[in-house]
Design a binder for this molecule. Structure first.
Ligand SMILES: [Zn+2]
Length: 471
């Protein structure tokens, strides 16, 4: 069937223009001022609405075992929530068991995604070093379309690798055109600060913030960037939370390091005062890096505007308040680290970014769709242009709604943005030409989402030039 989205304002990273969009089967086949409908066409009226490329959230932790528990959303609840919130592709993290092969882990996680409502890719986390890792990386890249891995500089004993291991893995990844995601915090020093705080009886959630200072994020960020430089490898710093760390990204980019940065909605919208809410409410806002002093928000928005930050990802890592967050009621170090965001990232970035005048519509589309598609090799996604998948979000900028746990699809007993009114209501979401969301309701089928075989960086040679030009 042919679908025509009529009379909308189409937004791409390159421009904003009035046009009709034609989709045949799964693919965008024409964009023109007026496309003549024929009998049998499915018509969607997008008058006075924006027609945007589907959101791509490259930072999710669905079905993720972590810190003696596991995240509250699996690929069923998580991808329905994503779809309703305008996200049509995710890249989720795997989490290998101790000693497990990366290939077996990848297969296991592809299987976990079988009921996904939207298309999904998987970044391979490498949580321990061995020679086998270096042997498996090319197989992952070639046979499983894994064009990105992730390393942690924190969570010692669970996820952390040391500098030498990081160098060896990055070097191999770089040779393959595989980009390395890095969680940059100084795990050794932070563990010591946490121990000291607990010993002094400082057990409330706010101390989670105080024991992970910005300077320890900045130090690790600088170190990761230097190691990537030495390894001549592309590197993507996930969840940059503060000015101190962003400064390191700026310096590295100026030196010519193939460095890219991501921030998350919670760092753009929330701040450290949320960790200090009474009655353990602060536990809801424990994530790492922690929420920062409010003035950092302007620096991050500025980073998105000037290209220092390429991508906004949700770092969706949800834990129930009752029963999971409360594990740390008497000891903040036992609160599982992570916050929800997958359902709200797109509306939050639109509202606080575009509606409130901090970023342009094009920048919004670039940060939530075009740049993640380019960096992580989703060649059929990231733009409304002929030949791309029909992944489209139609948003009515004239209406508003209130975010609430009561109406969310996320499998969670709270929402970190409870009660916030956001301008912009998503009326339709199309995934590969199929309408999967209408007026806030998921109407697609589970299991329709496909595992994405992703391209490696050298196949998109324009990327580095383009990104460097923005700095
Ligand atoms: Zn994360």
């Amino acid at each position: 069937m042919r679908t025509i989205i009529q009379n909308g304002t189409v937004v791409t990273a390159g421009g904003v223009f009035k046009a009709d969009v034609e989709i045949q089967g799964t693919t965008i086949t024409s964009i023109a001022q007026k496309i003549k409908p024929e009998i049998g066409d499915r018509l969607i009226d997008a008058s006075h609405q924006y027609v945007l490329p589907g959101g791509i959230d490259v930072h999710t932790h669905l079905a993720w075992p972590f810190q003696s528990t596991g995240t509250a959303d699996d690929f069923v609840s998580g991808t329905k929530a994503a779809a309703v919130g305008g996200i049509t592709s995710i890249i989720n993290f795997t989490n290998p068991k101790r000693g497990a092969s990366l290939i077996d882990t990848q297969k296991e996680w592809i299987e976990k995604g079988k009921l996904s409502a939207i298309d999904y890719g998987l970044h391979a986390i490498i949580n321990e070093y061995s020679d086998r890792v270096l042997e498996e990386l090319p197989i992952l890249a070639e046979e499983y379309g894994v064009s990105s891995i992730k390393l942690f500089m924190a969570y010692k004993g669970e996820l952390m690798v040391n500098d030498l291991e990081m160098y060896k893995i990055m070097k191999k990844a770089g040779e393959l055109g595989v980009i390395t995601n890095v969680h940059a915090e100084n795990g050794d020093v932070i563990d010591e600060l946490v121990k000291q705080a607990i010993a002094e009886g400082k057990t409330d959630p706010i101390y989670h913030g105080y024991t992970r200072p910005t300077i320890m994020e900045a130090e690790a960020t600088g170190r990761a960037l230097a190691i990537a430089e030495a390894a001549d490898a592309p590197v993507y710093i996930v969840h940059v939370s503060c000015a101190d760390a962003l400064q390191k990204v700026n310096e590295a980019k100026k030196r010519g390091v193939k460095a890219f940065a991501e921030t998350c909605p919670h760092y753009l919208v929330l701040d450290i005062s949320y960790l200090d809410l009474p009655d353990f409410e602060g536990g809801k806002y424990v994530c790492s890096p922690p929420l920062r002093e409010k003035w950092n928000q302007d620096v991050l928005w500025n980073g998105i505007r000037n290209g220092l930050i390429s991508v906004v990802g949700s770092d969706h890592c949800p834990f129930q308040f009752e029963g999971q967050k409360t594990l740390g009621k008497d000891d903040f170090s036992k609160i599982p680290n992570g916050m929800p965001g997958l359902e709200d990232i797109f509306p939050l970035l639109y509202h606080f970014g575009v509606h409130e005048g901090r970023i342009s519509l094009q920048k919004f589309v670039e940060a939530i769709s075009t740049a993640p598609a380019e960096l992580f090799g989703l060649s059929k996604k990231g733009s409304i242009s002929v030949g791309k998948d029909g992944d489209i979000v139609i948003l009515d900028p004239n209406r508003s709604r209130v975010i609430s746990a009561e109406t969310q699809y996320q499998n969670l007993d709270y929402n970190a943005y409870e009660g916030m009114e956001v301008q912009g209501v998503i009326t339709h979401v199309l995934s590969r030409g199929e309408i999967i969301v209408k007026d806030g309701h998921f109407i697609g089928e589970l299991g329709r989402g496909k595992y994405i075989l992703r391209d490696r960086l050298q196949k998109t040679p324009s990327l580095n030039q383009q990104k460097e030009m923005q700095v």
